[in-house]
Write a new protein. Sequence first.
Length: 165
Amino acid sequence: MKSRELDALFLEALKDIYYAERKILRALPKMMRAAQSEELKQAFQQHREETEVHKERLEQVFEMIGKRPSGKTCPAIDGIIEEGEEVIDTFKGAPALDAGLVAAAQAVEHYEIARYGTLCAWAKVLGMQDAVNVLTQTLDEEKRTDELLNQLAEGQINEMAVAAE
């Protein structure tokens, strides 16, 4: 049985992540320009392209539930992105910049993974199987992006930050 309260929570979380995805789309080019590693620049570019698709998928989910796509200010993502901007400003040109950018990007990914995981669980309980399918695609991509960032950090970026000192 559907709960009006859970329906409302689902919609609020959907608005939250929609706002977040749009905000991330604006932040990624700055991170891409700041990155020193070509591999990290490429990872940011790839994720920007995926984020466009994530935004479109969210618009599909809004359509599925008969709502107009709209965002709701998300102080959490605003703060995470602000921290990333501080890393760029503080460590611009420094050997540790890319390590800081990876950490900032992973904070964003972890937030998204939490949000999409919750939305998938709620959609399932609410009997929204089509929404579950769409949201799960994005959740899986967010997890892959996090893993890629982790591989970049452990494979070279963290070592380069230390070796350059």
